[in-house]
Design a protein around this ligand. Structure first.
Ligand code: 13P
Length: 258
């Protein structure tokens, strides 16, 4: 389908923290500290989200109540309920007050063999429950070295998004696998190239609405490089691992938008 001309406004950025398998109940002090810092701002030009491990979600939703911090999950099952030992449904996340769910993170794709088709089903499960699904894509180092970055991203987007998805219920996160937890990042130009490619694919598929999707960059985002990375074309926020674990570092990244 040919892309139509756009009149959709640039989306409000989202700065999201993925705590991965880190943080006990005591981590609530970081949520309190973050909430306090954000409360001092008259206006917050981006949305702020923390996705802690499942056992602390309910506690941290309570901790964040009344603040500008939203809480989300890191994964969900495709089904509402049933015989799926160890899994958590999107409805359960919603029930305890989560607003978002990350799906298809490269660690889940690698550790649990998650395919694009499964990721699309999980994202749809998030929508069914009333959550915003953050769908992750990204190339490995070998794929980048082989010059396959854009074709890998194209295939991941095609398979991991449903035709009925829209910018209100879905966020895209571009996370080059080789940049995760390594301290290495693509250059701003490389980030801009991939994000612009993602935007074009979204517009080609969803028409004008494609411009409304938030496309986050993730992979070794720190307070020291956030401003530069967030300034790349078509970057609408960050998905942050290690540097989201302390309020001080995470606020340093949010500051790229202040
Ligand atoms: P790091 O910020 O620790 O590189 O992790 C990125 C990530 O995987 C977020 O989902």
């Amino acid at each position: 389908m040919a892309a139509r001309k756009t009149t959709v406004r640039a989306p409000k950025p989202l700065v999201a923290g993925n705590w991965k398998m880190n943080g006990l109940r005591g981590a609530k002090k970081e949520i309190n500290a973050l909430a306090k810092k954000l409360s001092k701002l008259d206006r917050l030009p981006c949305d702020v989200l923390i996705c802690p491990p499942t056992p602390t979600i309910a506690l941290l939703v309570e901790t964040a109540k009344g603040s500008k911090v939203r809480i989300g999950g890191q994964d969900c099952h495709t089904q509402v309920s049933g015989a799926h030992t160890g899994d958590v449904s999107a409805e359960m996340l919603k029930d305890v007050g989560a607003k978002y769910v990350i799906v298809g993170h490269s660690e889940r794709r690698a550790d649990h063999g998650e395919t694009n088709a499964l990721v699309a089903q999980k994202a749809a499960a998030g929508h069914r429950a009333g959550l915003i699904s953050i769908v992750c894509v990204g190339e490995t180092e070998a794929e980048r070295d082989a010059g396959k970055t854009l074709s890998v991203i194209t295939a991941q987007l095609k398979g991991s998004l449903g035709d009925d998805f829209d910018p209100k219920n879905t966020v895209i996160a571009y996370e080059p696998v080789w940049a995760i937890g390594t301290g290495r990042t693509p250059t701003t130009a490389e980030v801009g190239q991939v994000h612009t490619h993602i935007r074009k694919r979204l517009v080609a598929r969803f028409g004008e609405q494609g411009n409304g999707y938030r496309v986050l960059y993730g992979g070794s985002v720190k307070p020291t490089n956030a401003e530069e990375l967030m300034a790349a074309p078509n970057v609408n926020g960050a998905l942050v691992g290690g540097a989201s674990l302390t309020a001080a570092d995470f606020y340093g990244i949010i500051s790229a938008y202040l």
